[in-house]
Design a binder for this molecule. Structure first.
Ligand SMILES: Cc1cc2nc3c(=O)[nH]c(=O)nc-3n(C[C@H](O)[C@H](O)[C@H](O)COP(=O)(O)OP(=O)(O)OC[C@H]3O[C@@H](n4cnc5c(N)ncnc54)[C@H](O)[C@@H]3O)c2cc1C
Ligand code: FES
Length: 284
């Protein structure tokens, strides 16, 4: 086995791929809430992805990647046996794992993969863990069986009603609290508007909210300032101070604005990539 080698590739749906990679140093020290920065090629972008799972004995880490732009299309075309050029990590501050009582973990789309290690760690710390898995449609609901293995209750929901409850994660959360469940803390990962509205609802329902922020990142070590976010009126760097933050006072609107700053360049990069790799996108 070689460092950075893809030992296993599994297509979870049309756009999401799971990779198990040989990376013993990271596997030995990873903690829930941390991430790595991947590069696929010389001159390639540095792409942050969550450490979804790890096995210190086998020396492996698991990442789950959604094809969304040039770099993620390229990564998801890699095959078993291929090598990532380099993998930096573990990065970020692990979440505070203790017994909160009853917690909910809320994942939207590929965010379901990102809440999995958090659910696992909170369950091991003695919490009752209720997972809400939200997606646009049935095929985008991922890791349901794995979540059942580490949660007390797993509630899938889809926007179009093709699987689980029809509606959004906020509808499901409201429903379980109305039915009498007392939840102490909630951890949400997904698209920014979903994290914003889920956090607002949690505050309303008396649940302490935490959200994992996904600003554009560069170095991942607190030096470039690229991942600047505002929490409680203070500038914080998501790569070192987060990515998980208490969500009551996150400036989500600023985050939405800043992640959209390079939309034009990102669109052009995908068009260029599609031109050169037309037949490959989304098919591996
Ligand atoms: C700490 C952290 C953990 C992450 N974990 C995962 C993970 O486990 N799996 C996964 O698939 N993705 C994860 N992401 C998001 C991932 O880094 C982006 O999807 C990726 O950088 C997009 O690169 P690209 O070149 O493919 O697309 P780009 O061309 O850069 O972007 C394409 C589209 O995605 C949006 N985008 C760009 N950067 C981000 C971002 N950081 N977050 C969300 N949207 C973005 C753009 O606005 C644009 O609409 C994580 C991000 C952070 C900061
Ligand atoms: S990515 Fe550079 S400071 Fe966080």
């Amino acid at each position: 086995m070689r460092e950075n080698e893809i030992l296993l590739k599994e297509q979870l749906n049309d756009v999401v791929v799971k990779f198990v990679i040989y990376k013993p140093m990271i596997a030995a020290s990873a903690k829930a809430g941390q991430f790595v920065i991947l590069r696929g090629a010389e001159n390639g972008e540095r792409i942050p992805v969550t450490l979804v799972d790890w096995d210190a004995k086998k020396g492996t880490i698991t990442v789950i990647i959604q094809s969304i732009g040039k770099s993620t299309f390229m990564f998801n075309s890699f095959k078993q046996g291929d090598l990532f050029l380099n993998i930096l990590g573990p990065l970020g501050t692990p979440i505070d794992v203790h017994n909160y009582g009853t917690v909910t973990v809320v994942g939207g789309g590929v965010g379901i993969a990102e809440v999995y290690p958090i659910a696992k760690a909170l369950k091991a710390a003695g919490n009752k863990v209720i997972a809400i898995l939200g997606a646009r449609t049935k095929s985008l609901v991922i890791l349901e069986e794995e979540m059942k293995g580490v949660c007390d209750i797993v509630l899938p929901c889809t926007d179009d009603g093709t699987y689980g409850q029809k509606g959004m994660v906020t509808d499901v959360l409201k429903g379980i609290v109305t039915a009498g469940e007392k939840i102490n803390a909630g951890f949400v990962i997904g698209p920014i508007p979903m994290m914003k509205f889920t956090s607002l609802l949690m505050v309303e329902l008396g649940i302490e909210p935490y959200a994992s922020l996904n600003p554009i990142m560069l170095d991942g070590t607190g030096m470039c300032g690229c991942c600047r976010v505002t929490v409680d009126g203070k500038v914080r760097f998501a790569c070192v101070d987060g990515p998980m933050f208490p969500a009551r006072t996150i400036d989500f609107n600023e985050l939405i604005r800043r992640t959209g700053e390079y939309k034009g360049e990102e669109k052009r990069a995908v068009e260029e990539y599609e031109k050169n790799h037309k037949c490959k996108i989304g098919l591996h």
